[in-house]
Design a protein. Structure first.
Length: 344
């Protein structure tokens, strides 16, 4: 394993910070307005020779892990884990590079950026959340992307994956993002919600679970279009991906069984949460990710999954290629090589 000298490490870290503002779809905006870091889950379990340090973001990125977090707390998981749930990717990125975390659930494009900026020291284990973006409308009939022509849409995420994803979908449906509709980019979802609340009619693009938060705040707000479904209709060999689970390459090389155990346990956890919404929502609240009432409504729309191996590589590489074509910087300037995909 190639090791970085200190000067190279500082250069990498600085580079990551400089691109983070435009590259990352910050899922902290999906946390229902709570940007504070959650407390680490109880790790009172007597540590074995190895404790796997796992980080995730508030919102869909970590929702699928909550059953595993409970098993770890109850000392029934195969591995011993130390979980950290952060409010933003900026809290995770430098520590992940440094080695303070072994595994991290992060935005898909950020994983590609880190791979490129650390000379391959990050690998992707799995896709754990598919598309969570929705077009919502208040007193406006929207049944298809075609219905957006001539309309104004409030959205967040300019210069990052929400913008690239929306523009790609519009273009693939022969709709010009520049001339056929107006997209008003806002810095925070709360701005879009305030506008929807103040107006008799309106349209916005929002992520889950913030859609659910907005529906509680804006009377008559409805989900009009699921952008994940629209992506799947294209049948382009890729998936609309929100987040992935990444591992440090040196950790994976030294601890292949721990990684295999994590994959099995995290996959089972995601399946449990998706199939047992009430129990999953309780755990999501317990671990301070999203309030239980919000989680109960949002989980069915968060597209939780755990895709590994060749299927992961095909779906993720296709998605990153589309981002690269829209803006090479969004994936770190180059498409990741085969070494990026763990177990494929």
């Amino acid at each position: 394993m190639k090791k970085l000298n200190p000067a190279r490490y500082l250069s990498i870290l600085l580079g990551v910070f400089l691109v983070a503002a435009i590259l990352v779809f910050s899922l902290s905006s999906c946390s229902g307005g709570n940007d504070e870091s959650a407390p680490e889950s109880d790790s009172s379990k007597t540590e074995t020779a190895l404790t796997v340090k796992v980080a995730g973001l508030k919102g869909p990125t970590s929702i699928g892990l909550v059953k595993l977090m409970e098993e770890n707390e109850n000392k029934t998981s195969k591995n011993s884990y130390k979980f950290t749930i952060a409010g933003s990717a900026d809290e995770i990125t430098p520590k992940f590079i440094k080695g303070d975390f072994d595994i991290a659930a992060i935005p898909a494009n950020l994983a590609a950026v880190l791979y490129n900026n650390t000379e391959g020291q990050i690998k992707v284990i799995a896709i754990n959340t598919l598309g969570v973006l929705y077009i919502v409308s208040k007193s406006v009939e929207i049944n298809s992307l075609e219905d957006l022509k001539g309309k104004t849409i409030y959205a967040t995420g300019k210069g990052s994956t929400p913008e690239y994803g929306l523009k790609y979908l519009l273009e693939q449906n022969n709709i010009s993002p520049e001339s056929d509709l107006t997209i008003e980019w806002k810095s925070e979802p709360t701005e879009a919600v305030a506008l929807l609340s103040a107006q008799e009619t309106g349209i916005a693009m929002l992520p889950q679970p913030y859609v659910t938060v907005a529906q509680n705040a804006v009377e008559g707000l409805e989900i009009a279009i699921n952008l994940n479904d629209e992506w799947n209709k294209l049948d382009n060999g890729s998936s609309f991906i929100t987040s992935v689970v990444a591992v440090r390459a040196d950790f994976a090389e030294k601890n292949p069984q721990a990684v295999a155990d994590f994959i099995a346990e995290a996959s089972a956890s995601a399946s449990f949460v998706a199939a047992n919404v009430d129990d999953g929502a309780f755990l999501v609240d317990k671990y301070n990710i999203v309030a239980e009432a919000i989680a109960k409504k949002a989980i069915p729309y968060c597209n939780l999954t755990f895709i590994t191996g060749g299927e992961m590589k095909d779906s993720l590489s296709g998605y990153l290629r589309i981002l690269y074509e829209q803006n090479p910087a969004s994936v770190g300037g180059a498409l990741p090589g085969d070494g990026f995909y763990y177990g494929s």
